[in-house]
Design a protein around this ligand. Structure first.
Ligand code: DGL
Length: 292
């Protein structure tokens, strides 16, 4: 178990499973000097089809656990948790129970980055059913860019493909193509697709390949349109966090800077180690943690 210290601590990164590793990777690339704790609730993933109440309850349990490990700052590296639990944690839990600690999400920083990426302002969002139904992306994008047209498509199978290490096998192609077709049929003018689920960058090769096939058949290039850009969140969350820490020295000075990273899972540490090592391209070890 990590040393608990009420003053100094690591940055906590939480996800329902492996997806938040894509966020952690982006953050560690840009901010390698900090100490990190990753927590995956793999035993209860996926969160995407769960109700608001359940996602809130599970996310709060994870936040409390990371606080007990001494984290002064937690990133919810999960869009579903950011959409369904972040606001209530920030507005109701923190002021009463942990006023000196911070919890941040991944939706707002992604939306802020979109402004410099999309030129048509026709934006597609691929995410879990929970994130799409919450309309969090649509509402946040419309707040910043009122002239936008936003369409969303839930991809019910994609998280399971990733959690079960099926993401680079041929069977995944069908599900990737199916969801992309459904998204593009809602708005053929889309120039930017946000991967609004942290699991989805693991499917990026397949997404680009299928998108290329689909847009070629739609003859988009002949129409003079630029290729569709697919946005993974990792680098944008990292830039946004760097900026946040510059603006909040009172949090920054409480973060341990020793370049270490520890991994915790509510599932089997052996299983987590095997899968996470695959995603991260490095050998890691993990420890079990009970969430309740
Ligand atoms: N990786 C998560 C997200 O960004 C959640 C996936 C899930 O557990 O359904 O939405």
């Amino acid at each position: 178990m990590p040393i608990i210290n009420s003053e100094m601590g690591p940055i906590g990164v939480f996800d329902s499973g492996y997806g938040g590793l894509t966020i952690l990777e982006g953050i560690r690339k840009r901010l390698p000097q900090y100490s990190y704790i990753y927590l995956g609730d793999n035993a209860r993933a996926p969160y995407g089809t769960r109700s608001f109440d359940v996602v809130y309850e599970f996310t709060l349990q994870a936040v409390k656990k990371l606080f007990s490990f001494g984290c002064p700052l937690i990133i919810l590296g999960c869009n579903t948790a950011s959409a369904k639990a972040l606001r209530t944690i920030q507005q109701q839990y923190l002021p009463l129970h942990a006023p000196d600690r911070r919890v941040l999400g991944v939706i707002r920083p992604t939306v802020e980055a979109i402004g410099s990426i999309s030129s048509t302002r026709h934006i597609g969002v691929l995410a879990t059913e929970g994130t799409i139904k919450s309309e969090s992306y649509k509402l946040e994008i419309e707040k910043l860019y009122p002239d936008s047209t936003i369409v969303g498509q839930a991809c019910p199978m994609w998280v399971s493909l990733v959690e079960n290490s099926e993401f680079n096998r041929p069977g995944a192609d069908y599900f990737v193509k199916d969801s992309l077709e459904k998204l593009l049929s809602q708005d053929p003018l889309i120039d930017t697709i946000i991967l609004g689920c942290t699991h989805f960058p693991l499917l990026l090769d397949k997404i680009n390949q299928q998108l290329n096939n689909l847009t070629t058949s739609l003859n988009r290039e002949a129409g003079g349109r630029a290729p569709i850009q697919v946005i993974s969140q990792g680098e944008y969350i990292a830039t946004s966090l760097e900026d946040y820490l510059k603006r909040h020295p009172e949090i920054n000075q409480r973060l341990i800077q020793d370049g270490t990273c520890q991994y915790f899972t509510s599932e089997s540490p052996t299983k987590f180690r095997e899968c996470a090592s695959l995603f991260l391209n490095e050998d890691i070890t993990a420890q079990h943690v009970a969430l309740a």
